[in-house]
Every structure is written in C-alpha cells, then in structure tokens.
Design a protein around this ligand. Sequence first.
Ligand code: KG4
Length: 343
Amino acid sequence: MSSMADIILGIESSCDDTSAAVLRDGVLLSNVIASQQVHKDFGGVVPELASRAHEQNIVPVVSEALRKAGVTPADLTAIAFTRGPGLLGSLLVGTSFAKALSLSLDIPMVMVNHLQGHILANFVRQPDKPVDEPAFPYLCLLVSGGNSQIVKVNSPLEYEILGQTIDDAVGEAFDKCSKMLGLGYPGGPVIDRLAKLGDPNRFHFAKPNIPGLDYSFSGIKTSLLYFVRDEMAKDPEFLEKNKEDLCASFQKTLIDILMGKLIRAAKETKIKQITIGGGVSANSGLRERIVAEGKKRGWKTFLPEFKFTTDNAAMIAVAGWFRYQAGERTPLDVAPVSRMADY
Ligand code: KG4
C-alpha cells in the first residue's frame, strides 16, 4: 500500500450498531456493521445491554473491516470515532477502543459528531461507482430517531441549524405510534411497509403550526391515538381492518410536515442542493417525495444509499477524514458525550 494515501479507520458505536469502516483517500474499502439483536424483546434499545454487546463486537468488527479492506493496522493513518451524541456507555466502548489503538499504533485519532456523519454520508466514495456529491453550501434534512433538523452545510466543518424539532424527533413519532398501535419496533420500517399498501388520503391528522423553520412531532402522535381510540370504541376491529390506510395517512402527514419546512428553507436560503440523512431517510415515501419536489423546484437532490442511512462507520470515517485533512487531532483524554448542543 502506498505510504502517501490516507487510510482512515472509522469506528461507530453510538447506539445499537457496532460498525467499523476503512477509507483510503476517501474511497470506501470496507464497512462492517454488527446489529444487536438483544433489544428485540424490549421494544427499544436497552443501554446497558447495548454497551455489553459493543464490547463483544468491537474487536471482531474492526478485525473484519481491516481484513476486508486488505490493510493491516500498521497501514492506518488515523482513527476516526464517534464522540457523541448517543448512549454514553455505548460511546465509551468505541472511544476507549480508538484511544487504545491510537496509543498502540502511535497514530492520531479524530473525533466525529455522529450527526455530521449522517450529513456527510453522500461523500463516501465507492470503488466503481460514479462520484455524485453535493456542492457547498447545501441543505440537509437530518431525520433520525433522535433528531429532526434542517442544517445548512457551508463546508465539511461548518454547520448552521436553520430549524429543528422542539419536542419529539420524526423517527420517534414513527416508533411511538407503531408501538402504541401494536405494530412492532422499530416503527419506521413497519409503517413504511404497510403504508405502501394503503391510501394516504383516507384519514387526516392535525398538523402543527410552529413558527419559523422548527418542527414539532408530539401533537400528531396524540392526534392519531385519539382518533384510533374513538374509532375502536365504535368498531373493535377498526385498527386491524384499516392499518394500511392508517399507516399511509400517518406517514403522509409526517412527510408533509417535513417537506413544508424544507421547501421554505430552500426558498429562504435560495439553496437548491438538497440532501437527506439519518435513519428516517430510508423511508421510501419521503425519498419519493424529495425527488418529486426536487424535479418541480429545480433542486439537485442527493439520497444516500440505504446502507448509509442507518448508523455506519463509513460516514464517520469520511467525516473524520475531512477533519484530519484540516489538521484536527483529538487528545487522548477526550471523553464521550451523550448530548452535543451544537455542531
Ligand atoms: O439514524 P438512526 O438509525 O438512529 C438514530 O436515531 O441515531 O435512526 C433510527 C430511526 C428510527 O426511529 C427508525 O424507526 C427510523 O430511523 N427508520 C425509519 C425507516 N427506517 C428506519 N423511519 C421511517 N421509514 C423507514 N423506512
């Protein structure tokens, strides 16, 4: 391997996926993800179980990523790792591992904000695939289980939050409603699948009226639940008979809310480069709608591949590589953080 290339090992452990990736001058050589099955019975991620599973997974996952990439630890230039936001115990595993490896190989480490990873996911280059990357500044609709934001990205290192949720994240709205309707966890993929079979215009739910570019998703949940409860009182089989239409109508409402503010942000900033990131960006209805709105409005839209929508180390490696190139280095006494106020 040429000694001139930057070979970055990315490590992601913020929630319930242990992931490691290797990037050579921005090109992805490997991206290994171990998803945790231990949470299935609990309807949500159990933090203590997550950290234990990360501890079991981290060494085999990193070894596999290096093996698949065809590199040895001695080839590595730097280690990029997720510092936060996320579950503290989970973050601690990835951070401690990065420190130990950095110390033993005598190479620098670079901390990455997990959200920046999602926002930069479109910059992961893949061998044999054409490069198609947004130009700066661009807007990113960042939608996950923990965040719903419209971010203006001025450069790989400079971010402005134009709007964000004042209560629940949109992924939470998917997850909580699915759980309460007895459809399973995580709710996003279940609702997405059922929504494809239903009529999105059958039911109507109250939309929030929040000033500026901010979002709110807690009211829509209540709106859905009260509606279903009232209908069930009349017909106990209402839910079973109508779940496809309910999911389609509910999902359409969430997408309407997301798109309303995104369109406004694009108008106000006059930015036409639009990306999307985070777990909810896997939603097929949202993806179709972004593309359709983009055609109508002359946007250039960028949708990350499905494998880069959920948590993965490839996006952490690319975000870390930008920072490495800018000269950033993270000292060994860094501590992970569960929340990050800003970028
Ligand atoms: O980014 P992510 O993997 O984890 C964090 O929140 O950090 O996002 C997980 C969220 C969950 O709320 C999940 O329900 C949602 O992404 N999600 C989806 C879909 N796939 C995952 N939401 C809607 N449609 C999907 N297809």
